[in-house]
Design a protein around this ligand. Structure first.
Ligand code: AMP
Length: 219
């Protein structure tokens, strides 16, 4: 099963994607995580992506499609994939469809997480993430920065460079300009798109998502 998670930065698609991955027993692929690991390791991808990433701009479509092509062809993805943070532009949606067609697959479900900008700014400004496992922890107070991660004792909580106020504003502008049109593309061109209300507790949103995925009871 191929599921695309769409939604603005901070809408919770990473956290919900983990839960959907566990429910469907299909791995989650996050291009943001791939890029952060590449930047940390100083690979050519990381070096090329860094200037875009730090400002909150999208990295070029060609880099993203290279990641997608390579990842989806790997044996780990034989049962499918939950795509978190891909796609973010219409050319990426078209490119993903072509890559999948080459593998004899299509997008089975697009989940669109709906939430207002004001709520997102609050969430992202108070977010810290584990530098090791990249798990986000929302709403923790700044005193907890550098604290030990609750999931990975080897990791400490840090602020993401692109969660500073200027980058947050830019990421939301980029989302509205470049990613929101992808919703119309999916409605016109491919598989079922379901809108999910992303306001509420993590459990509330998970229940809505699993209902949409027809998976309630199998989580
Ligand atoms: P995320 O962790 O999904 O919020 O992504 C963090 C950053 O990684 C984005 O602001 C972009 O700079 C880059 N990025 C991740 N996925 C994509 C994508 N599909 N297209 C372009 N840039 C991306």
């Amino acid at each position: 099963m191929i599921v695309v998670l769409l939604g603005p930065p901070g809408c919770g698609k990473g956290t919900q994607g983990e839960r959907l991955s566990a429910a469907l027993k299909v791995p989650k692929i996050s291009t943001g995580d791939v890029i952060r690991s590449a930047m940390k390791a100083g690979t050519p991808l990381g070096l090329e992506a860094k200037s875009y990433y730090d400002k909150g701009d999208l990295v070029p479509d060609s880099l993203i499609l290279d990641i997608i092509r390579e990842t989806l062809a790997a044996p780990e993805q034989a049962r499918g994939a939950i795509l978190d943070g891909v796609v973010r532009t219409t050319p990426q949606a078209e490119g993903l469809a072509t890559v999948l067609a080459g593998l004899g697959r299509t997008v089975d479900l697009v989940l669109m997480f709906q939430i207002a900008d004001d709520e997102l700014v609050g969430r992202l400004s108070s977010r810290v993430v584990c530098e090791a496992c990249q798990s986000p922890f929302s709403g923790r107070n700044p005193g907890e920065l550098h604290a030990e991660c609750l999931k990975d004792p080897a990791g400490h909580l840090v602020r993401r460079k692109d969660d500073d106020p200027d980058a947050i504003r830019n990421r939301l502008n980029v989302y509205h300009a470049q990613t929101a049109p992808v919703v119309a593309w999916y409605k016109a061109n491919a598989g079922p798109l379901v809108e999910i209300n992303a306001v509420g507790t993590v459990e509330d949103v998970t229940a809505r998502m699993l209902k949409a995925a027809g998976q309630i009871g199998s989580a």
